[in-house]
Each structure stands twice: as structure tokens, then as C-alpha cells.
Design a protein around this ligand. Structure first.
Ligand SMILES: *[C@@H]1O[C@H](CO)[C@@H](O)[C@H](O)[C@H]1NC(C)=O
Length: 291
């Protein structure tokens, strides 16, 4: 099937390296793609596999993970976050490999009092080390409707997108000694838990358990991704429903413009500019152009 390698440049590098392919992309059935992993009955799949919910109460939160492992690709999921007073709650949605030197690509949604803004917290771990946080406010209320949160993970960069708008790019900077996630397959995970010791206004606002259970919803999962078989990775191209130009390439001009817009008006924390935290100088990847 080497010919399918040519179909997508995204998959090409993985194909060359791993030399085995089959194509994979699908969406829509949580029964087929995910396992509820903890929280007893607090995680639920319904509507014939089209909808999943996680909840949190005083006793426990809940979580799920993908049955498959992926190595590169584009993963889209629609989330509708805990509504009302969600202060103290955190909904994490991320890709992660396993073990002490794991890689991880994180979205975390930090709840807030009714009417106050959620924070979207992002991070990238390589070889077990993170400390690469960027945080954003959103330009909409993420509890009113479903919105699409995507990760494009390619050998040359990782792009975080919200409703197809790139909010963060983490470039492969191995040439200057920064490890990049490229050899450990990852699963998709999500969990909803109580983090009122730090989540909302740095821990000042606590979870109001009178409002429990807190519930977040998931739908329309799509993985245009290479699936790891335990030894090799199979990938190909599918019906890319939501492909932008940056899906196959570097960000194009409109993509760069949107990224700048988000970073200028909605980014509230960037480790790359936190000189107090890095008095000896910010990490090397911060010194390069962002895209
Ligand atoms: C919650 O709202 C406060 C007040 O607007 C804001 O400072 C904070 O960043 C918001 N988000 C979180 C998660 O604390």
C-alpha cells in the first residue's frame, strides 16, 4: 500500500520511517473508539454511540480513553463544557503516551463562576517534561454549544485549533536540541475532575458541591490519523471534512493571521515570555519564530 503514502504529505514521513500503511479515519461511534476508564457510572455513552458525557460529583470524577493508539494525524472532537458554576472543575482533553518519558499534547479547560470566563490551558510534554504552558480565554461561551477542539500532530509541528482557528503552534526544534514527540504512539484521553486547589483564580474559588453533578459532553470525534499496531503505524488520507490549508502544510497566510489574532487578544499566559520563571533565559524553542 505504499502508494497511499503519497496521498498525504502529513503521513509521508511516518510512512517512510515505519514503512507500513493502511488507511484509517472515522468518527462517530464512542462505543467503537473509546473505553470509559474510571468514575463508575459517571461516564456515559448514549444516542447509539454518538454522544458521551463525563460527570463529577463530590465522590469522584470520570474519564475515558481511546481504544487505539495514534502516531501523527489530526484529531477533532466537539466538546460542550460544564455549564453554570463550574469553578474548581477541570476538563482535560489530551493525547498522551505512557511511561516516565512520555509525550503529551494537552487541552485543559479550567471552569469558573457563572458568567466568568473559562481558561483554556495548553501544554506540550516531550520525554516526560512539560513546562510549556500557554493559556487562553475563548471568544465564545464554551458551555452554550459544542465547539471543535483539534490537534494536528505532524513530524514537523503540532498545531492546536479551536473551531479550526489555530491558537498555538509547537514547531519541531530538534535541530536546536529540543525533543519533539515523534516516536511514541499516543492515546486520546479525557477526564473531568475537581482541582479547586488551583484551577479557578489560582485556587481562590472553590467547587460549589451544591451544584454537582457537573457534566461535560462530547460528540463528533474524527481521527484522520495513523493508527499504531504495536509495531508499525498505518495511515492514509480520508474525507478530510475540516481540512484547512495548514492541514497538509505549514500555516498559510490566513492561518498565520488567525493565530496572531488569537495570540494578541486571547492569550493570557505564555511560558515563552515568563522571564520571572526563567531568569536564566526562556527555553530555546521560544527564541525561534512561532511559525
Ligand atoms: C475566572 O474569572 C476571573 C474573573 O473574571 C478571571 O480572572 C479568571 O481568569 C477566570 N478563569 C479562571 C479559570 O480562573
Amino acid at each position: 500500500m505504499a502508494s497511499s503514502c503519497n496521498v498525504v504529505s502529513m503521513a509521508l514521513l511516518a510512512c517512510l520511517v515505519l514503512n507500513s500503511l493502511v488507511f484509517v479515519a472515522h468518527g462517530g461511534d464512542f462505543y467503537q473508539d473509546f473505553d470509559l476508564t474510571w468514575g463508575d457510572k459517571r461516564g456515559k455513552i448514549f444516542n447509539g454511540g454518538k454522544l458521551l458525557s463525563l460527570s463529577l460529583d463530590r465522590v469522584s470524577g470520570s474519564g475515558f480513553k481511546s481504544k487505539k493508539e495514534y502516531l501523527f494525524g489530526r484529531i477533532d472532537m466537539q466538546l460542550k463544557l460544564v455549564a453554570g458554576n463550574s469553578a474548581g472543575t477541570v476538563t482535560a482533553y489530551y493525547l498522551s503516551s505512557q511511561g516516565p518519558t512520555h509525550d503529551e499534547i494537552d487541552f485543559e479547560f479550567l471552569g469558573n463562576l457563572s458568567g466568568d470566563p473559562y481558561i483554556l490551558h495548553t501544554n506540550v510534554f516531550t520525554q516526560g517534561k512539560g513546562n510549556r504552558e500557554q493559556q487562553f480565554y475563548l471568544w465564545f461561551d464554551p458551555t452554550r454549544n459544542f465547539h471543535t477542539y483539534s490537534i494536528i500532530w505532524k513530524p514537523q509541528h503540532i498545531i492546536f485549533l479551536v473551531d479550526n482557528i489555530p491558537i498555538r503552534v509547537f514547531k519541531n526544534a530538534e535541530s536546536i536540541g529540543v525533543p519533539f514527540p515523534k516516536s511514541q504512539p499516543m492515546r486520546i484521553y479525557s477526564s473531568l475532575w475537581n482541582a479547586d486547589d488551583w484551577a479557578t483564580r489560582g485556587g481562590l474559588v472553590k467547587t460549589d458541591w451544591a451544584k454537582a453533578p457537573f457534566t461535560a459532553y462530547y460528540r463528533n470525534f474524527i481521527a484522520n490519523a495513523c493508527v499504531w499496531s504495536g509495531r508499525s503505524s498505518s495511515c492514509a488520507k480520508t474525507n478530510s471534512v475540516s481540512a484547512g490549508a495548514w492541514e497538509t502544510n505549514e500555516l498559510d497566510a490566513p492561518g498565520r493571521r488567525r493565530l496572531r489574532w488569537v495570540q494578541k487578544y486571547f492569550m493570557i499566559y505564555n511560558y515563552c515570555t515568563d522571564l520571572k520563571r526563567f531568569p536564566q533565559g526562556v527555553p530555546p524553542e521560544c527564541k525561534r519564530p512561532r511559525f
